[in-house]
Design a protein around this ligand. Structure first.
Ligand code: SF4
Length: 315
């Protein structure tokens, strides 16, 4: 008989975002990406220049033209309605650093998104070192009245690798940003990346285990994509590193998920780089295949999320 994971109703052995949203809202909910026109302090010289080595996003820096948020959400809603038949939405400020603007401007953008018809929450992606107190307090106010998640990039706990990727902050700054949000009761979604140059599977598991001990509400696991126009493109072309094989990635992701408590929700366990921009690994375009391979690996091992939480069996 198949083993039943407590936070699943379809045979998945990890806590998916889809399951979480269906249980919380009682219906299909879709995220709608919106570009608030933010740039990034790791590009404009405030924290650094050039951005993270893997990042292709630029952000326009114009804080969205008047009416831009609603217009973008309407366009996205039409797509999501056709694809998922969803009638409930979470506007998601995804591009650039979503708290990198004067507070009045941020509030205007967030309130416009929250007033969008069908909006049941809000999601804001930002850097952990871009969370001034007044912005955190404003986010806490929103979290008290709606479903808010703030997405923070960690990528790796290895400061040396983060520095090589020109990340512009280390694990200590991540911890400070994370705790600022947690102290205010704001749910956090943390992003990590597997396959960063110079990292072994053991490094990636260390990142997962460190993060699991912090018990974030949500996690996104990304596969490193080499994208056109990024500093990583040249490093890859020069033979500076190899991308992960599908087998390596699937095995690593399953081992990472096993380390997290069952309550942690996985918003993502793979990525899908835009076809025209993706240089490697091309196998990651077949997202359904990757997800199926992760399910199969859990079944082959006879394990599930939480299996190795608190280091009972690992490290
Ligand atoms: S990944 Fe985030 S922090 Fe890094 S350059 Fe891109 S927007 Fe800035």
């Amino acid at each position: 008989m198949d083993t039943q994971f407590i936070f699943s109703d379809n045979g998945k052995r990890y806590h998916t975002y889809d399951f979480y949203l269906r249980k919380r809202f009682g219906r299909k909910v879709a995220k709608l990406s919106v570009d608030g026109g933010f740039t990034c302090p790791n590009r404009d010289g405030t924290k650094g220049f050039g951005g993270c080595a893997f990042c292709s996003g630029s952000g326009s820096g114009d804080f969205c033209a008047e009416g831009g948020v609603t217009a973008q959400l309407e366009a996205q809603r039409a797509v999501m309605r056709a694809k998922w038949r969803a009638d409930a939405f979470i506007p998601y400020f995804r591009a650039g650093t979503g708290t990198y603007a004067p507070l009045p401007r941020l509030l205007a953008l967030w309130e416009e998104a929250l007033s969008f018809s069908g909006a049941v929450g809000l999601s804001v992606a930002t850097r952990p070192d871009c969370l001034p107190d007044d912005v955190c307090d404003a986010l806490a106010d929103i979290a008290r009245r709606t479903f808010l998640t703030v997405e923070l990039g960690l990528q790796t706990v290895n400061d040396e690798v983060a520095a090589k990727m020109n990340r512009g902050h280390g694990f200590a700054e991540f911890g400070q940003g994370f705790m600022k949000l947690r102290a205010r009761g704001i749910p956090v979604c943390v992003h990590i990346i597997d396959g960063l140059p110079g990292e072994t599977e053991s490094d990636m598991l260390r990142t997962a285990q460190t993060l699991a001990a912090m018990k974030p509400e949500f996690v996104k696991i990304h596969l490193l994509h080499v994208l056109k126009g990024t500093p990583l493109e040249k490093l890859y072309a020069d033979g500076g590193f190899e991308t992960m094989t599908k087998e390596e990635y699937v095995s690593t992701v399953v081992s990472q998920i096993e380390l997290f408590p069952p309550e942690t929700v996985f918003e993502r366990v793979t990525g899908d780089g835009k076809g025209e921009d993706l240089i490697a690994p091309r196998w990651s375009r077949r997202k359904r295949e990757v997800l199926n391979a992760i399910d199969m690996e859990f079944r082959r091992r006879g394990t599930m999320q939480g299996e190795k939480h608190r280091g009972r069996l690992f490290l």
